[in-house]
Write a protein that binds this ligand. Sequence first.
Ligand code: M6R
Length: 364
Amino acid sequence: QLGDFEHFMLKEINEQPLALENAFRGRLNMSEGTCKFGGLNLSRKNIRQIDRILIVACGTAWHSGLVGEYLIEKYSRIPVEVEYASEFRYRNAPMDKNTLVIVISQSGETIDTLEAQREAQRKGYHVIGIINNVGSTIARENDGGIYQHSGPEIGVASTKAFTSQLLILSMLSVYLGRTRDLSYADGCQMVEAIRTLPKLVEQTLELGEEIQSIAKAYAKNKDFLFLGRLEMFPIALEGALKLKEISYIHAEGYPAAEMKHGPIALISEDCPSIVIVPDDETLKKNLSSVQEVRARKGKVIIITDSYDIPAHLADEIITVPKSHNCVRPILMTIPLQLLSYYIAVELGRDVDKPRNLAKSVTVE
Ligand code: M6R
């Protein structure tokens, strides 16, 4: 049911506070500064023996895996690799004995992800899933997992399922970290950041009108660049994918510092850059990327949680609430979802059923 919303995508964007709460309900252990999961089927001893994690997924779920790589490596200190499921299943890459495989899929029916899971299981690896669709084929066949409980996602462009995957990966990084060497104090801070996230998401959603007017001003552009560093790089990729999928505008995501190795040639008055600028140790570097774009007459939209960015540095500044690093990618995603949604609406696109795309890809 659409209720008051014009499209399922907008409804699902607005459902994110609840979807996130559903993802952490019953899974936070405040007193021990950790998270708990019922169905991983891994003992603490098993977890201490993991030498490597391989995350396998497609599309938006692959982007959440890339953010997961940063989170798990940072908080659990376990090396992580992320592969497209379609590549993994045919590549026969050598793997370490003590590798944990994580598959991520909203639908739980994506054929490439399912076959990648079967391939990993055939070789004896323990595969856990982060899945939204309860009882789906991937969920039924894996060795353990975490359900997202985001509720049905109807819009072809994934929104609430993506941010819920990010939250679960953040919780998983706390759990793995606390089973290895994340401190009690750090664990407590992260758990508190997760618990209070839905309120911050609600505040971020209030940016809707501001973003709608920015979307109107930029909808005529034919190319966009999305830039971010570290865990904001996959968020840039996701922003570009959202825009491509529903508005059919060409968009590319890049790590901000890679711009000078090629994509900078694209920059002109007609190719705006959307730069994600978190208030952290990358801030100055990101602002120098912004200046490189501006020096070439490129328009810049900054998405930030810093209150100190001089207004003259960008054409538009969208400010989200401040948050802990472990949940910040979620807050940075929401303006990108709204921007692509309103641009697609402005262009009269079929937002919920974009051309050539299906909600779940069950062909190879
Ligand atoms: O159901 P899955 O998460 O396995 O789907 C994977 C991709 O097909 C999916 O994320 C696709 O990229 C979406 N249309 C993104 O919005």
